[in-house]
Design a protein around this ligand. Structure first.
Ligand SMILES: [Zn+2]
Length: 277
């Protein structure tokens, strides 16, 4: 902020903060005006005006940049691994590869049933799988790394209000026009950073899914892990899943029992767009 007063009053230097003091920028602007014998109120206004202009510009830049496609990387970095190679007994059910999903069609960017994750996330998930194995349980993945183009496909679908082919199964109580507003569909997904996955638990013997109270990707407040309208057994299973994931460094998501992100993800700001193949 050092240049703000210089902009407001060309040719004058900003009064430096004295050593050991914590002058705010406002205070320093006022001091500056007083020392130079200028009208304090005018100078103060100039400081505020300039700062609010800068704030407005900064907000505008932020809005534009967040609505633009990110500089998505289109080649798979070597740090992404096929999670099946590390996670024992991992069951793969990549729901966006086929039509069994809320769109009702295969989603852009999914070409093979592979669960790609960063090595860090896959390693942590392997620990989860090993922890649960003695209870006769295994991990089942519905979605892992998600290309940016898949997220764009979701957004395109959400804007097409005529297409409600899978409403009865996935969002019976939510108006499609509210899917963005209510946070069920977003312009960006943490999945594109490679350390987030959607999953459940299955019995190793037979592969039956544990009852979690709602299906995967069910757009409803009942999918919140803390929801108390689902059965006691489902609540207990959700706790079992969340506790197992937390223990190995994953964060649960308050709206979806199936969604977890590695706490110390290696690419917190990078969104990838290589196809799943
Ligand atoms: Zn998810």
């Amino acid at each position: 902020m050092r240049d703000v007063c210089r902009i407001a009053a060309p040719g004058f230097a900003v009064v430096p903060a004295k050593a050991g003091t914590q002058y705010s920028q406002d205070h320093r602007c006022v001091l500056h005006a007083r020392l130079r014998g200028h009208d304090t109120a005018v100078r103060r206004k100039q400081c505020y005006d300039t700062r609010s202009l800068i704030r407005t510009l900064a907000a505008a830049v932020l809005m534009v940049s967040s609505s633009l496609p990110t500089s998505a990387q289109t080649t798979r970095p070597p740090t992404f691994v096929d999670a099946s190679t590390l996670v024992p007994n991992l069951v793969i059910d990549m729901r966006y590869l086929g039509s069994d999903n809320f769109v009702g069609k295969p989603i852009d960017g999914y070409e093979k049933p592979v669960c790609y994750l960063t090595r860090e996330a896959a390693t942590a998930l392997a620990d989860v799988a090993r922890d649960l194995a003695p209870q006769g349980l295994a991990v089942k993945a519905f979605d892992c790394y998600r290309p940016v183009r898949a997220v764009a496909h979701f957004a395109r679908w959400a804007r097409d209000l005529r297409d409600e082919a899978r409403k009865a199964d996935y969002y019976p109580q939510v108006e499609k026009r509210n899917l963005f507003r209510d946070g069920y569909i977003a312009a960006r997904s943490g999945h594109s950073r490679g350390s987030t996955l959607d999953m459940t638990l299955v019995r190793r013997d037979g592969g039956k899914e544990l009852d979690m109270g709602t299906p995967f990707d069910f757009f409803s407040s009942r999918s919140a892990p803390s929801d108390k309208t689902v059965s006691a057994e489902a609540q207990s299973n959700r706790r079992l899943l969340a506790d197992a994931m937390r223990r190995r460094g994953f964060m649960p998501y308050s709206k979806e029992w199936w969604h977890f992100t590695l706490r110390n993800e290696p690419f917190p700001n990078t969104f990838f767009d290589f196809p799943v193949r």
